[in-house]
Design a protein around this ligand. Structure first.
Ligand code: PNS
Length: 167
């Protein structure tokens, strides 16, 4: 493994963080000297399951073992945020071909806007079907999502469900 260098931003909704996300963090943290996991504040998404502060706290707990990983949030354009914090590169996970189609447009746009490249990591094949939205759907219908989210996230989801009076 080459010496880690540069500052990468790993952006996302992380609602909630999944094992797929954490796998990308673990691998990117070995490649880049600094990795900022950036939670988007997206006013267009009407019903997030977790508030941004909750997602950040969960991500912080799940990434506490990596000294070079920090967790932040951003509003507006990712391209502006990348410039603002002086990051060198955006990092994303790619699960399936349909991810590639949208990510290619995002990558071109961000490079055009901010002159920043996007580097992709192939998601671990065991997480190729894992998405935050699917996790929420399965969990809220009573399915077992133990294998797909970090233990701390599952614990928090259960706490929240009980607090909301759902069974
Ligand atoms: O986890 P998600 O929801 O797939 O993450 C999507 C995210 C946050 C990477 C994307 O929506 C984003 O970059 N949002 C910020 C607004 C922006 O820059 N939009 C133009 C993208 S080229």
């Amino acid at each position: 493994m080459a010496t880690p260098h540069g500052h990468a931003v790993y952006p996302g909704s992380f609602d909630p963080p999944t094992n797929g996300h954490l796998d990308v963090v673990a691998r990117a943290a070995q490649v880049f000297a600094t990795l900022t996991v950036a939670v988007v504040v997206n006013p267009q998404k009407r019903s997030p399951y977790f508030r941004v502060e909750e997602r950040k706290e969960l991500l912080r707990r799940c990434t506490a073992q990596y000294a070079n990983v920090r967790v932040e949030h951003f509003r507006g354009l990712l391209a502006d945020y990348v410039k603002e914090i002086g990051a060198d590169v955006i990092v994303k996970g790619l699960r399936v071909v349909s991810d590639f189609e949208s990510e290619m447009a995002f990558a071109h746009m961000n490079r055009s806007l901010a002159g920043v490249d996007t580097m992709f990591l192939m998601s671990d094949s065991s997480y190729s079907f894992v998405s935050s939205s699917l996790i929420k759907e399965v969990f809220l219908q009573g399915g077992d999502v133990t294998r797909y989210v970090p233990a701390v996230v599952l614990e928090y989801m259960n706490t929240k469900r009980h607090a909301n009076g759902r069974t």
